[in-house]
Write a protein that binds this ligand. Structure first.
Ligand SMILES: *Cc1c(COP(=O)(O)O)cnc(C)c1O
Length: 301
């Protein structure tokens, strides 16, 4: 049976963030809580998937097939959406078979899993990579890793609409820019498309400089007013004591749950930039909570 999607319009609350270092600097931050859009389909990944899934529906696909690691927020959101909306999902996983809380969820959500090893996973950009999988799963629609590309970015333009609708309740007439974690930069690209130059977007990179984030953003949007800050702390998934302490403090003082790969690093990088004088008194920023809390379970910290 071909895939069908309901018109689900998730809502993310926009909440003021109170933390001592923000108050000291006179910088106001409101958090767009994408981690709260749904108990299972959490974070920016739903927005990145939305147009890919609509394309799959238009193609009358029998299901979708995508890739990721053993803690992947992307596969988690995709598998949860498949279970919720009743379509079949296949996940191609990096590395060798292992059990993580994410993998257990993927199985529970009914996703068919295949482990590609590391070498096999590296082949994913080769022409012909998808062919055997499309033979094994005829009529399944391939979605690129992480839900990237222009369709992924277009889904993230919804974030601007959600913020606009909620500014009055916050007592804000306007804001001065966006601050968010960037992995591939697809979500950031979506905000650039939505803002069309009206306000700057700051990407706190969860990966080191050489991962091509700027090139990826430029490939989607061409030019735009954005700035990338290295927030990776020496590598993707590199975690240190200062970061963990900062996350614990932010949760205790500001009531905001963070994970160490993206959102924790992004907020810590904001504190560093504020300390360095990047944002003056009276600046108002939207911090996008991109989710990822499910992946936190798998990190032994
Ligand atoms: C995937 C992910 C990101 C990165 O999103 P991009 O669109 O690739 O930049 C940021 N935060 C979390 C929690 C994620 O899961």
């Amino acid at each position: 049976m071909p895939l069908t999607l309901p018109s689900w319009q998730p809502h993310a609350p926009l909440q003021p963030l109170t933390l001592p270092w923000l108050q000291q600097a006179g910088v106001e931050v409101a958090v767009l809580r994408l981690d709260l859009i749904d108990p299972l389909i959490s974070g920016n990944k739903w927005f990145k998937l939305k147009h890919h899934l609509h394309a799959a529906m238009q193609a009358q696909a029998e299901g979708v097939i995508s890739l990721g690691g053993a803690h992947s927020n992307h596969l988690h959101a995709l598998a949860a959406a498949g279970m919720r909306f009743g379509f079949a999902t296949v996940g191609l996983l990096r590395g060798h078979e292992q059990i993580t809380p994410t993998v257990l969820d993927l199985q529970r959500f009914g996703m068919h899993l295949h482990w590609l090893g590391y070498g096999g996973y590296r082949e994913r950009h080769q022409p012909g990579f998808w062919q055997p999988w499309q033979q094994a799963y005829p009529g399944f629609y391939p979605i690129p890793e992480g839900g990237g590309g222009l369709p992924g970015a277009l889904g993230c333009t919804d974030l601007l609409t959600m913020v606009r609708e909620q500014l009055p309740a916050l007592g804000w007439r306007d804001y001065d820019g966006w601050w968010l974690a960037a992995g591939t930069g697809t979500t950031l690209a979506g905000l650039l498309l939505a803002e069309a130059g009206a306000r700057p977007v700051y990407g706190a990179m969860a990966v080191p400089d050489d991962h091509g984030v700027a090139q990826n953003v430029a490939a989607i949007v061409g030019e735009g007013e954005f700035q990338l800050i290295d927030a990776s702390r020496c590598g993707f998934a590199k975690v240190d004591a200062e970061l963990l302490g900062f996350i614990a403090d932010s949760e205790a003082q500001g009531g905001i749950p963070l994970e160490p790969l993206y959102t924790g690093k992004a907020l810590l990088a904001l504190r560093e930039q504020i300390n360095a004088g990047q944002f003056g008194h009276g600046t108002r920023l939207i911090f996008v909570h991109t989710g990822g809390l499910q992946g936190r379970r798998g990190l032994r910290l």
